[in-house]
Design a protein around this ligand. Structure first.
Ligand SMILES: *Cc1c(COP(=O)(O)O)cnc(C)c1O
Length: 367
């Protein structure tokens, strides 16, 4: 039998979360974000499940986009950071891949390059994240520059990204929304003749939390995978976690009071303790920073991690789960144990944990 470590991917949960997002955003279309191997869920699995539903996919590199094209899916794909070189533009244009324009050099490329066919572009606006994009006052000039090139399709999308939409009533998010709305009004009043401009602002937390930010296009990532970026939100409980990360017990033993477990004896028994060793570790992407006390599930009951997470194994306390034995399934996160909980115990966020599940862990579709 193979090593029992695996990630089960629920197609039913993906469809449920996608439909929920659509219900919350009846006037928008939702771009499905599958960057970073679909947040660790397997880009091929996820894009196949949504192939005839998603209007557009989005990724961070042409290589990721070509994985989707490689399995025969011809849905448009947006490159969230645009092209990294001029030659990538030609491939993008050949494969119906949309590009974000974030910097002047990318604008120059699109004007100068001889493209096989016009390409769809999004124009990134920096409304406060200060990572990528043009400032609002620069946008009109960029649009004027683009006006004369035959390289771009009509229907340019003006996009921006929130820095703190995961915080309820965030002042920063309100400021960004205001900047974006003002830009939209200005473009509508003075420059609507240039292109049929559409707008894109909301990510998952804004889909759940900031209705005024739902323009023609939203970008749905984390919530599609069934977890809420918000600590509390009325829709969060309706999301279904897509990934179940699981392994199994491969050894059990009893240790006495005062004995330690694992590297550097980080944990010492205060009672006679029954320990189960589980075949998963940081080599699989399980966080090494997970503290003693981090929950796992065995037979529906909580068994806490004790001692340090090793590369290939963890040790858990099954003293109170008498029936636990070798080969029993251990769930690291999934429907009854949120990845957000594990993230709290590991001092990080669920996004980080999901994207870190390593290529050594096989993904299987659970219908
Ligand atoms: C990753 C990403 C998103 C998705 O964010 P979630 O919080 O996962 O929904 C949206 N927009 C951009 C530009 C991104 O890079």
């Amino acid at each position: 039998m193979a090593r029992p470590t695996k990630a089960l991917i629920s197609s039913e949960a993906i469809l449920h979360n996608y439909n929920l997002a659509n219900k919350l955003t009846t006037n928008s279309k939702n771009i499905v974000i599958v960057k970073a191997n679909a947040y660790g869920h397997d880009i091929k699995i996820v894009s196949k499940i949504l192939a005839f539903k998603a209007p557009v996919f989005a990724v961070s590199s042409l290589e990721e986009a070509m994985i989707i094209r490689g399995i025969g899916i011809d849905t448009p794909i947006l490159l969230l950071e645009g092209c990294f070189s001029q030659s990538e533009l030609i491939t993008a244009s050949n494969y119906n891949i949309w590009v974000m324009l974030c910097s002047n050099h990318q604008v120059e490329w699109i004007i100068k390059t001889k493209l096989p066919r016009p390409i769809k572009v999004c124009l990134k606006v920096d409304t406060g994240m200060h990572r990528l994009g043009f400032l609002a006052y620069e946008v009109v000039n960029i649009i004027k520059k683009l006006k004369n090139t035959k390289n771009i399709q009509r229907g340019i999308i003006v996009a921006s990204h929130f820095s703190s939409s995961d915080i309820c009533n965030s002042e920063t998010a309100k400021e960004q929304l205001k900047t974006f709305m003002n830009l939209k009004n200005e473009l509508n009043q003075k420059h609507s003749d240039y292109f049929n401009i559409e707008y894109s602002l909301a990510n998952s937390s804004a889909i759940l939390n900031i209705k005024e930010s739902h323009y023609e296009w939203n970008r749905i990532g984390y919530m599609l995978y069934g977890n809420s970026p918000l600590v509390s939100n009325k829709y969060s409980s309706r999301l279904k976690p897509v990934m179940t990360l699981q392994s199994a017990i491969i050894s059990t033993r009893e240790i006495d009071v005062g004995e330690s477990v694992g590297y550097n004896s980080k944990w010492t028994a205060k009672r006679k303790t029954r320990i189960a060793t589980v075949a998963i570790g940081y080599g699989d992407g399980y966080p090494r920073s997970a503290k003693s006390g981090t929950p796992t599930l065995v037979k529906g009951k909580i068994a806490s991690i004790i001692g340090a997470v090793s590369m290939d194994m963890i040790t858990i306390d099954v003293t109170d789960i008498k029936e636990a034995k070798i080969n029993d399934v251990v769930t690291l996160w999934g429907s009854n144990l949120s990845v957000n909980t594990i993230a709290r115990y590991s001092n990080t966020i669920g996004y980080d944990l999901l994207t870190r599940v390593s290529s050594r862990v096989p993904r299987f579709i659970k219908e």
